[in-house]
Write a protein that binds this ligand. Structure first.
Ligand code: NAP
Length: 282
């Protein structure tokens, strides 16, 4: 197993390069083989959701009603009984009909428990959009945590006021927001606040950048030049940059490709990579 560093996620220690299940692709048998290969390669942090994998393409959004939606079942089929060290983080909020109401959240958590075959979910993010206050939704998840259905809570797609609201209700162990070379300084303050508060920061679209749902590794001249100079791939530069942003940052590159997974897991620290990423906000 490669000797990349670890970081804390709640009361667990995980490798800083994990795996995002959104891009598992359309072929479920291939996805199962890929998930097994991921864990064999050292992945001990999988980021998932019941609406993953999503279809490729810019027209398909995170909370799209056409999402394939079998990632959790594939994870169970591939990996159960789960290795002790594996942390599976799920997110609830998006539904085909829009953001879940607070009274719908318990059903979504129970569905994740069933699909993953677990008695308790390791980490559940409230993946919000459009809420001024997350207090009511987060309060429901805090109750489910108290009831033993969830070990740790996180927040996704949030601003600093949301984090402050949630922290008055229950501990937040992770924040998952978009962040990458091409997003400029968006979320820098959130990154710093998370570090100061001992909260893991888990960026998405670190490779896809402002291409977002379209996927692929966004072309960026500075990244390409840096990759050539160091004999590594642009994806590895982007992952190394992500990890250079602080010891509390966890990468979750998404891929449906065995070769890309292997390449991503082999990313090492790259001297000077932190100088990249002063681009425009996206
Ligand atoms: N909370 C949220 O709102 C939210 C939103 C989006 C995503 N997420 C989470 O964050 C994770 C990461 O985001 P993401 O998957 O959307 O985007 P990403 O990790 O930035 O980029 C994924 C894209 O990069 C490509 N890729 C990966 N490794 C590569 C390599 N070594 N060489 C070339 N191409 C490579 C993949 O294509 P191939 O399949 O061809 O490798 C895929 O299209 C997701 O999987 C999901 O778990 C959360």
């Amino acid at each position: 197993m490669p000797a990349y560093e670890t970081a804390t996620l709640g009361d667990r220690t995980v490798h800083r390069i994990g795996f995002g299940a959104k891009r598992l692709g359309h072929d479920r048998a291939h996805a199962i083989a890929l998930l097994r290969h991921a864990v064999d390669s050292g992945v001990d942090h999988i980021d998932t959701a019941d609406f993953y994998p999503t279809h490729a393409g810019a027209e398909h959004r995170e909370h799209d009603s056409t999402a394939l939606g079998w990632a959790n079942e594939a994870i169970r089929e591939a990996l159960a009984p789960y290795p002790d060290e594996l942390v599976i983080a799920t997110k609830v909020g998006p539904t085909a009909a829009g953001l879940a109401r607070p009274d719908q959240l318990r059903g979504l958590v129970e569905a994740d428990l069933r699909a993953l075959g677990r008695d308790r979910l390791d980490v559940v993010y409230l993946r919000q959009y459009g809420l001024e206050s997350v207090a009511e939704h987060f309060g429901v998840l805090a109750d489910l945590r108290q009831a033993g259905l969830i070990r740790h809570l996180g927040l996704s797609n949030v601003r600093l006021p949301h984090l402050a609201q949630a922290e008055t209700i229950a501990p937040v162990v992770a924040v998952q927001n978009r962040y990458g070379v091409d997003f400029g300084r968006v979320n820098d303050e959130m990154l710093d606040v998370c570090r100061a508060r001992g909260i893991a920061f888990v960026p998405f679209f670190a490779l896809a950048g402002t291409g977002r749902e379209r996927g692929g590794v966004l072309a960026n001249d500075a990244v390409t030049a840096f990759a050539h100079a160091h004999g590594v791939s642009p994806a590895q530069v982007r992952i190394a940059w992500t990890l250079s942003r602080g010891p509390h940052v966890l990468a979750i590159p998404g891929t449906g490709s065995m070769a890309h997974l292997t390449e991503n897991m082999r990313t090492g620290a790259l001297s000077g990579v932190e100088e990249l990423g002063s681009g425009q906000d996206g």
